[in-house]
Design a binder for this molecule. Structure first.
Ligand SMILES: [Zn+2]
Length: 200
C-alpha cells in the first residue's frame, strides 16, 4: 500500500468516523474498557479486528513475530508491560493467544535464522514448540509447531503470578486460537476435550 493510498484511506476513515461518531466520542469521554487482550502475530494478513469483526475499543492488542509472550523471567519489557496494563489496569477478562497458518515466524524457526539476527534472538522463546512438535512424530511439522507455540505462549502467560492468580479465581480466561489464512476461520483448543474445534 503506497503512501498516497494511505492518505486517501484516512479520508475514507474520517467519513466512517463521522458515521460512528457516538462510538468514538464515548471512547474519548469514557476511556477504553476492552474486555479482551489479543496476542497476535505482526503478519499483515492477519488483522485481529477484521477476523472477529471488532470495533475500536473492543480489543487491547499486542502483535509481534509469531505471537510470543516471553516468560516472566525473560524480563522482556515490551510484552510484560502490555500484560501488566491490560490485566492489572484495564482488568481484561480474556486473553487470546492467536496463532495462524502459514506463519513466517514459525517457518523461520523451523528453517533456522542467522545467529546474529534479532529475529533469531526473539524466536528462542518459541524454540521449545519446535522441539515438542518434532518429537510428536507429526507429518506436518509446520502446523504442529504453530499449535505447540500457541500452547507454549499460553503457558508463559501464567508465569506472571498476577495472571495465574486471576486465572485460578476465574477472573481471567486464557484462549488458544488458530486462524486459518485460507478460509478466514478461527479454531479454538478445548482444554477438556484436548482438541481443536471451529469457533463458530
Ligand atoms: Zn505469523
Amino acid at each position: 500500500m503506497a503512501l498516497e493510498k494511505m492518505k486517501k484511506g484516512n479520508a475514507v476513515f474520517t467519513d466512517k468516523f463521522k458515521e460512528n461518531e457516538k462510538l468514538y466520542h464515548d471512547l474519548v469521554e469514557n476511556g477504553q474498557h476492552p474486555k479482551v487482550l489479543w496476542v497476535g502475530c505482526s503478519d499483515s494478513r492477519v488483522v485481529p479486528e477484521f477476523t472477529v469483526n471488532a470495533n475500536a475499543g473492543d480489543l487491547f492488542v499486542i502483535r509481534n513475530i509469531a505471537n510470543i509472550i516471553p516468560p516472566k523471567d525473560a524480563d522482556e519489557i515490551c510484552t510484560s508491560s502490555v500484560l501488566e496494563y491490560a490485566v492489572l489496569h484495564l482488568n481484561v477478562g480474556h486473553i487470546v493467544i492467536c496463532g495462524h497458518t502459514g506463519c513466517g515466524g514459525i517457518n523461520a524457526l523451523i528453517d533456522g535464522t542467522p545467529e546474529d539476527s534479532k529475529i533469531h534472538d526473539w524466536l528462542k522463546y518459541a524454540h521449545l514448540a519446535k522441539e515438542t512438535a518434532k518429537n510428536s512424530g507429526t507429518n506436518s511439522l509446520e502446523l504442529e509447531t504453530i499449535k505447540e507455540n500457541i500452547f507454549l505462549q499460553a503457558n508463559n502467560l501464567i508465569t506472571f503470578d498476577y495472571i495465574e492468580k486471576k486465572q485460578k479465581k476465574d477472573e481471567i480466561k486464557i484462549h488458544k486460537w488458530l486462524y486459518d489464512m485460507h478460509t478466514g476461520k478461527i479454531s479454538f483448543f478445548d482444554d477438556f476435550k484436548k482438541d481443536w474445534f471451529p469457533l463458530n
